[in-house]
Design a protein around this ligand. Structure first.
Ligand SMILES: [Zn+2]
Length: 235
């Protein structure tokens, strides 16, 4: 997989670019990871992915490439897509950030994520997954804050706790949730409290070192999980 960075930072931007004819999809991968040859890929069709973000949903075309010398194939999905998930990084980031930062419940948070947004149990899984990685990510983000010269606010970020951690029943979960809240706070320092800390952090880490912090366990189908419309309050 090689990431297409020119397709916008989120689905809303992608759709805008596509509608105005400015979408430049498909950056051909430069180097083949299996045979190390350079400039060896030719276009090899595309596949369609259904993505959702708040009230928006779209079928997007992901170009495929084939290496001439070794025959391996690559695709270049947009940066905001999450492997095997129909929800974008923005949806996952908003859900995880909402749960990490305020007194709430999974049920209350998913209501904000769009008409056919994730179920409470899906949000629970996302929170669990990112909270499990939070320790390592925290060290990385603290380092980024320091090298970006953003010492201000670090003490406050260090003091952050998750207001929902008292509800954790599994051993060690409440500590992980508190670390998740710290991670959100440090990312807020880094991005100057954008309100989309996890989404932006996900994009930054992917850009810097190819690290995918959002992932999804299962292949998502395009059928909406919920039929009852909900109003999206976030995007
Ligand atoms: Zn190759």
């Amino acid at each position: 997989m090689s990431i297409d960075w020119e397709a916008g930072e989120n689905l809303a931007e992608y759709i805008k670019l596509r509608e105005s004819g400015k979408l430049n999809v498909g950056q051909r991968p430069k180097i083949c990871r299996s045979c190390s040859e350079t400039n060896c890929f030719w276009a090899h069709g595309s596949y369609c992915r259904h993505l959702e973000e708040g009230e928006l949903s779209a079928d997007i075309k992901v170009p495929r490439w084939k290496c001439g010398p070794c025959g391996c194939t690559e695709s270049s999905p947009p940066s905001f897509a999450v492997p095997r998930s129909r929800y974008t990084k923005r949806v996952m980031g908003a859900g995880v950030g909402g749960y990490a930062g305020g007194l709430t419940s999974y049920r209350m948070e998913v209501v904000k994520l769009g008409e056919v947004g994730p179920s409470p149990s899906q949000l629970f899984q996302w929170v669990k997954e990112i909270a499990g990685k939070a320790n390592g990510l925290l060290v990385e983000v603290q380092g980024m804050c320091l090298s970006a010269g953003k010492e201000e606010g670090l003490l406050r970020a260090e003091a952050a706790i998750c207001p929902n951690s008292y509800k954790a029943v599994v051993e060690g979960k409440s500590e992980k949730l508190d670390t998740l809240a710290k991670l959100k706070s440090f990312a807020g320092v880094l991005f100057q409290a954008s309100g989309e800390e996890f989404c932006r952090l996900g994009l930054l880490l992917l850009e810097k070192g190819g690290q995918q912090i959002f992932s999804s366990q299962e292949e998502m189908v395009s059928t909406p999980q919920r039929r009852k419309p909900r109003n999206c309050r976030l995007f």
